[in-house]
Design a protein around this ligand. Structure first.
Ligand code: MN
Ligand code: ZN
Length: 500
């Protein structure tokens, strides 16, 4: 949880302190609560707007210090665009814009949750709070000195003035659970690899027990008994043993078939013997972004007591060069019995997922599986960093992911699968090899994974471009983005959760 900003909810009648934030539309109109709070300052605002050509465009802001006619020390007018028909994601971004503007503000901030057309409803007000907290999140645990010019929010007590405090608190109980899940995923991605190796990652996942999640950790002997030869081959070169963690949230009907989410958790990827170049290798601490998302998602679902049975499974390894490391040319036997010739030890994520997908398909027989993996650089060549690559053997699941991608702003773009790609991963010595050619590299990776889902409806999200290092957005300034938590939380809420 970000400790920089704390959000509380107060009634509209509460007096503003410190900095006042209000929303206006493109006609520079305010709602009745804001208008009343602004009182005599209307003329000042008009003059300031004219002087700075402020037109109320969505996310833009007018910043007035010690405005004439007001008791507060600072007034920020945030544009809400046309302010009609705002979708949940629009409102979330408005919250982000607020957090972006308050900066190193006064320690007290009051935000009036009202649009020119009337008070925000409880869900919208909760989205404003969520947007503020997502934007304010910073990873600065390892900075021992604060810079003087650090403009980040400093312990701001933010009061969100709302029409109905009780209803907003109730809405925020759910929305805040998702914020916490996103923040948890970001934390895991941002942590350095000397701190967050497989065993430590597993311990952090085990903290979900506090929320009622069942957590089972498979260590090397347990995975050896299960014959997870593909995953174990990757981890054998590291001083840190691999782990597989199975999390279960049973919020649905007893015995009801679960849905499943599977994450690649390569805590550090040097490439192994097929070692990567040095430039930007440090970014490979984020090669566990899929696993981080699954843990963040399980947190969100459990904390908001989602009415659904869910399995989260993550394969945690470190891919290192070593005397005991796996070699190109090695042939490993996966848990499925299928053999894999290792061509490039840097194509390790699919080897980890092969065994975890197979395990989940066999052991939990889910309705569907969605895996997330920072799998290929090729997906960034294809899609840049604004869409995750989506591959699926099921059109309904693919369409649902596409729809929630648009509504949450965590967008996906469907890529093809097809048997014609299989010949790229045919091996002359084993059932398959772990890499194809340079062309279609994200597709052959997905084609490889598909061999381990055993016919289960499945979707694969290649998040190499979206999980970390993506451009900063209205609701994220952190390197680790927490991508996927809001997307998959929405998938569950929209389509798979028993309605209240
Ligand atoms: Mn790799
Ligand atoms: Zn990798």
């Amino acid at each position: 949880m970000s400790d920089a900003v704390k959000v509380g909810f107060v009634p509209f009648s509460a007096a503003a302190r410190g900095t006042l934030v209000v929303f206006c539309d493109e006609a520079l109109k305010f709602g009745s609560v804001a208008s009343k709070a602004l009182g005599d300052a209307a003329g000042t605002i008009k003059r300031a707007a004219a002087a700075t050509r402020f037109k109320g465009k969505s996310g833009s802001a007018l910043d007035l210090l010690a405005p004439e006619g007001l008791k507060v020390g600072r007034l920020i007018v945030v544009g809400a665009g046309k302010a009609t028909d705002l979708k949940e994601f629009d409102v979330l971004k408005l919250g982000g814009a607020v957090a972006g503007k308050i900066g190193a503000a006064d320690t007290a901030v009051t935000v009036i949750a009202e649009l020119p057309g009337g008070a925000m409803n409880a869900d919208q007000a909760a989205s404003i709070a969520s947007g503020i907290l997502l934007r304010a999140y910073k990873f600065d645990r390892y900075k021992t000195k604060k810079k003087d010019d650090d403009q980040g929010p400093v312990n701001i007590g933010l009061s969100l003035a709302v029409a109905d405090v009780a209803a907003t608190k109730k809405a925020y109980a759910s929305a805040g659970a998702v914020v916490d899940g996103v923040v948890l995923a970001r934390e895991l991605v941002n942590e350095p690899p000397n701190v967050l190796y497989p065993d430590e990652f597993a311990k952090r996942a085990a903290q979900l027990k506090k929320l009622g999640v069942e957590v089972q950790i498979l260590d090397v002997p347990a995975m050896t008994r299960l014959k997870m030869g593909a995953l174990l081959g990757v981890s054998q070169g590291s001083a840190h043993d691999g782990r597989t963690v199975i999390m279960r949230w049973n919020g649905g009907k007893k015995g009801e078939q679960p849905i499943a989410f599977v994450g690649k958790g390569v805590c550090f990827d040097t490439g192994g013997i097929s070692i990567k170049p040095s430039a930007s290798m440090e970014d490979m601490k984020g090669d566990m972004g899929g696993a981080a998302c699954v843990v963040g998602l399980m947190h969100a679902l459990a904390a908001r007591k989602a009415k659904v049975n869910v399995v989260g499974a993550i394969g945690l390894v470190e891919n290192m060069p070593d005397g005991n490391a796996q070699r190109p040319g090695d042939i490993v036997t996966s848990m499925s019995g299928q053999t894999i010739e290792i061509i490039n030890t840097d194509a390790e994520g699919r080897l980890v997922l092969a065994d975890v997908l197979w395990y989940v398909a066999q052991k939990h027989k889910p309705k569907f599986m969605v895996d997330l993996a920072t799998l290929t650089g090729a997906i960034m060549v294809a899609l840049g960093t604004d869409h995750a690559g989506l591959f699926s053997n099921n059109d309904e699941l693919a369409q649902r992911l596409t729809d929630v991608g648009l509504s949450t702003g965590e967008k996906v773009w469907r890529m093809p699968l097809g048997p014609e790609y299989d010949k790229q991963i045919d091996s002359q010595f084993a059932d398959m090899k772990n890499t194809g050619s340079r062309n279609g590299g994200s597709i052959t990776a997905a084609q490889f994974l598909q061999r381990f889902v055993d016919g289960t409806p499945w979707a694969h999200l290649d998040i190499a471009g979206t999980a970390m290092g993506a451009p900063k957005t209205d609701i994220n300034r952190s390197w680790g983005s927490g991508y996927g938590v809001r997307l998959l939380n929405a998938l569950v809420a929209e389509y798979y959760e028993a309605k209240k």
